[in-house]
Design a protein around this ligand. Structure first.
Ligand code: AMP
Length: 506
């Protein structure tokens, strides 16, 4: 099938051609004719399938062909998305696809000043892309007229639901005219997504281009079973040994993302963290550095990573498994976008076995476990956010002459790490830290043969150290079982700060 078979305007065909697309993706082939015909659409498509163009192209066409629009400043199409990044990305796409049309688009989201957005809305737009909280703020301030919306898009509906945006969406729906076209896109189809769809879609055309909850076909998935306190060392090893140039690493918390980014930096791997507590400018900079290969490891929380369009991302690492199994599908969907292939690696600690089982149940197949390689224990401070414990400053770690070897942006990949031990080589006595023994590098009390800084890990050694707790058994240190509370809401901070500054009010 060709784009020209879809009934698109020559102006849109030209824009698509200039993007270099040779043919519509399956989701585009499925949705574009239905949207052009004015139908409601329920579309199931994974991230990276070209779903943005699947709704933006026909919406631009309908807006152009709507003779009644005149010069009224109020928007006629509204796209609601869960995150700022996704909103900005859709707006970029809309600008590109609409290059040869006389339409105006605008984007509004939280976390940045509201006044420029008010000014922009006053000047008028045809297509508005928004996150829910800021949209409601603008509406409450009387800066936004939604009474002329003829097409409403709920993008990443499953994510909206997961992030607790449903009350906000209900409020938005009340502000829209009853007669309108509705489009809903979702990568996964839990039951609650179906019922959300039933609430506002009328006789929708169903377009599903992948089997439900299937992972991206071309993603190679594997996992390592590794103690929590050794994960950062294994990750550094994988990046260094594999000579990875670009890896997106998922952590569960913002604090964890910050900490890991700093730890990887200290191991000589250029890293940046991206999460909801970062300013918009910092996020944009981190993403630009990552896309420009100036940052090797981008450490992100689930929410922040949502909507990032990084072409042909070769590596995704689940540093921690997600609490919600569907998130695994989203995460690994960051690789193999639009036909490219990629690899997704999960680092699974014993307490995460129940989460792994849930994910495998969702995938309907096990994820291939890879034998743990030997890897060096590098000097990565335990709690750099709050300042490492004093003894860490004095202690010496594997071959790098102690602390203070931060790689720094643009610096060499492995500055000052010194010669690295060969596979199978025993660590030298002098490389062991002098202080802090009796605790793991993460500060947890060490049991049995758990590794120490300066030692080299091996699968065998892990086997020894884990002997006291079977995989999946509850932690003995009072830690929360990750198996419970899986579908529970995210923390308020993650919900609010991570996505849309106005959300807390919703
Ligand atoms: P999306 O799923 O909308 O995030 O799109 C994922 C990526 O696919 C983006 O980089 C798009 O530019 C790209 N893309 C969209 N449509 C096509 C197409 N028909 N052919 C090739 N790439 C496409």
């Amino acid at each position: 099938m060709l784009f020209s078979d879809l009934g698109l305007l020559p102006e849109l065909l030209r824009a698509v051609q200039e993007k270099g697309y040779s043919a519509p993706t399956p989701i585009q082939a499925g949705t574009i004719p239905a949207i052009l015909a004015g139908r409601d659409v329920l579309a199931g498509a994974q991230t990276g399938t070209g779903k943005t163009a699947a709704f933006v192209l026909p919406i631009l066409q309908r807006l152009t062909q709507d003779a009644a629009h005149g010069t009224h400043p109020a928007p006629r199409a509204l796209v609601l998305t869960p995150t700022r990044e996704l909103a900005a990305q859709i707006a970029d796409n809309a600008t590109g696809y609409g290059h040869y049309l006389k339409l105006r688009s605008a984007v509004v989201f939280g976390g940045v000043g509201i006044n420029p957005q008010i000014d922009q809305l006053r000047r008028g737009c045809d297509l508005l892309i928004a996150t829910p909280g800021r949209l409601l703020d603008l509406s409450e301030q009387g800066a936004l007229n939604l009474s002329r919306i003829s097409c409403f898009v709920l993008d990443e509906a499953d994510r909206m639901l997961d992030m607790g945006f449903i009350p906000a969406i209900r409020r938005v729906l009340k502000l829209l005219p009853a007669k309108r076209q509705n489009l809903m896109f979702s990568a996964t189809y839990a039951e609650d997504i179906r019922s959300l769809a039933q609430r506002f879609l009328h006789d929708p055309v169903n377009v599903e281009v992948t089997s439900r909850n299937a992972t991206a076909e071309r993603v190679t998935q594997s996992l390592y079973r590794v103690p929590k306190e050794s994960k950062r060392h294994l990750l550094a090893h994988l990046i260094n040994e594999g000579n990875w140039q670009q890896v997106l690493v998922f952590t569960r918390t913002k604090h964890g993302a910050n900490r890991l980014a700093k730890q990887l930096e200290s191991a000589g791997i250029n890293s940046a963290a991206i999460h909801g507590n970062k300013s918009q400018a910092a996020r944009v900079r981190a993403l630009a550095d990552f896309k420009g290969l100036r940052v090797t490891a981008l450490v992100a929380t689930e929410v922040a990573a949502r909507g990032l369009d990084i072409k042909e991302l070769p590596h995704v690492v689940n540093y921690e498994l997600p609490n919600v199994p569907e998130d695994y599908v989203h995460r690994i969907g960051r690789t193999a976008r639009a036909g490219a292939s990629g690899a997704a690696v999960s680092l699974v600690s014993p307490d995460e076995e129940p989460l792994l089982r849930d994910i495998e149940r969702l995938l309907k197949s096990p994820i291939q476990a890879t034998a743990l390689p030997q890897f060096p224990i590098l000097n990565m401070p335990v709690e750099p956010d709050r300042g490492p414990p004093r003894e860490m400053h004095r202690g010496r770690a594997a071959g790098n002459g102690g602390n203070g070897n931060r790689g720094g942006r643009g610096g060499p990949r492995r500055p000052q790490q010194g010669p690295r031990p060969q596979q199978g080589q025993r660590p030298q006595q002098g490389q062991r830290p002098q202080q802090g023994q009796g605790r793991t590098p993460d500060g947890a009390v060490r049991t049995g043969g758990a590794p120490q800084d300066g030692q080299r890990h091996s699968a065998h050694r892990h086997g020894e150290s884990q002997g006291s707790r079977p995989a999946g058994a509850p932690r003995g240190d009072g830690g929360r079982s990750l198996g419970g509370d899986r579908r529970g809401p995210r923390t308020q901070g993650e919900r609010g700060g991570g996505t849309d500054g106005g959300w807390r009010r919703a």
